[in-house]
Structure formats: C-alpha cells, structure tokens
Design a protein around this ligand. Structure first.
Ligand code: SF4
Length: 206
C-alpha cells in the first residue's frame, strides 16, 4: 500500500515513530529490523524514549537505557550509511540529540539549556499557549482577544522561560531536536566538527 501511495504521490514522505518503553524494549531490535527491511523504506524514523506520565505507569519502570543507546546507535549508523534520512543537518542534530538524551538519563543531570518557549511555542487545540506540552500554559488566546504578543511578553511567560532555560530537565525529543539542539552553541560546535569528520570520511571513501 505504501508503495502504491508513493508511486502516486511523488513528494509523499513517510516516517515511522517508535516509543521505547518497558513494554517493547525486549522486542525493540526485532521491530527495528522489521521496519528497516520494509520496501519501500520509510523516509525517516523517530525513536522516542518514553517520558512524562504515561497512562500505563509500568511502561516507564526498569527501562534498559543501554538498549535504548544501542537502538538509537543502530539508526544513526544506518543514517550515516545513507539509509533513511537524507538531510545531513537532520542526521547530525538527531545523532547529538540521542547522545545527550542518553547522558541526561544516565546522569540525571541537565545536559543543555532548553529553548522551549524561547525559540518557539506550543498552541494547543484549545488555544492555550505554552513552552511545551509538559508545562502549564502561559495563557489562553481566547481569553486574551487572540493577542499572542500579550501572552508571549507577560511576566508569567518571562518567568517560565527563565525556569525552562535554567532549571528544567526532560527528554522531550521534539523540543530537543528543535530548538534546543540547534540553539545550544556547544552542540552546534560539536555538530560542525561531526559534519567535517563525516565529509572527510566520505572523501576518503570516494
Ligand atoms: S525541559 Fe522539557 S518540560 Fe522543561 S520546558 Fe523544556 S521541553 Fe518543557
């Protein structure tokens, strides 16, 4: 079916998201192998780590984080070989994101400043504006005559931005991948070094 849709819609891109949890960690490599042998292949995969307060509370218990590392490394290696994702900047941001999420979980220490609510905002289906889906919203568009700037520049927003940047710790991939990976200077520097290393290796292989 995917093949037919892709033939029909030339610009269609399909991604597959998998959430690593206590429920599927024993089958995660099997799942990966299945997906990576599909034909046609999905254009990208998002490998997420279970976070926050899942409905099934057991799904966060006894997470085998080294397995998560192995699983995300597998995807990184496949990407570097040219499988899945084509955009080199996306590949680099993804590799850094997985590396620092692993470090965050294993050390339980913040690895980077969070730019959620600083370089972007979440607006939910009720018109509530906030930094991300885990934090309370800054305010309601409906209650503020749809004046986004009023909410964005309020004292509460400023205070919450300060907290996100300086104190908050989580592994929320959408907020890591963009904006937090791309706005943290150290990670950008590491990304540039990685990109130069990769292009050097590609030249050697050519
Ligand atoms: S660290 Fe996580 S919970 Fe805190 S503001 Fe950033 S994305 Fe939201």
């Amino acid at each position: 079916m995917l093949k037919r849709q892709k033939e029909k819609f030339k610009h269609l891109e399909v991604g597959i998201n998998t959430v690593f949890s206590a429920v599927n960690q024993h089958k995660i490599f099997e799942i990966y192998s299945y997906i990576s042998h599909l034909s046609p292949l999905p254009d990208c995969m998002a490998q997420l780590l279970i976070r926050s307060n899942p409905r099934e509370s057991n799904s966060k218990q006894n997470i085998e984080i080294d397995k998560y590392r192995e699983w995300t490394d597998m995807y990184a290696k496949d990407m570097l070989k040219g499988k899945f994702e084509k955009d080199v900047l996306v590949k680099i941001a993804t590799i850094l994101m997985y590396k620092y999420i692993y470090k965050t979980v294993t050390t339980q220490k913040r690895q980077i400043h969070c730019y959620a609510g600083i370089a972007g905002a979440v607006i939910d289906n009720e018109g509530m504006v906030g930094p991300c889906e885990h934090k309370p919203p800054y305010g309601s568009l409906r209650n503020n005559r749809y004046d986004f700037k009023k909410i964005w520049h309020s004292d509460l927003s400023e205070k919450m931005r300060h907290d996100s940047y300086n104190h908050c710790l989580c592994t929320n991939e959408p907020k890591w991948w963009h904006p937090s990976v791309s706005y943290n200077k150290e990670l950008v520097d590491e990304g540039i070094a990685l990109s130069e290393k990769l292009s050097g290796e590609n030249k050697d292989a050519a």
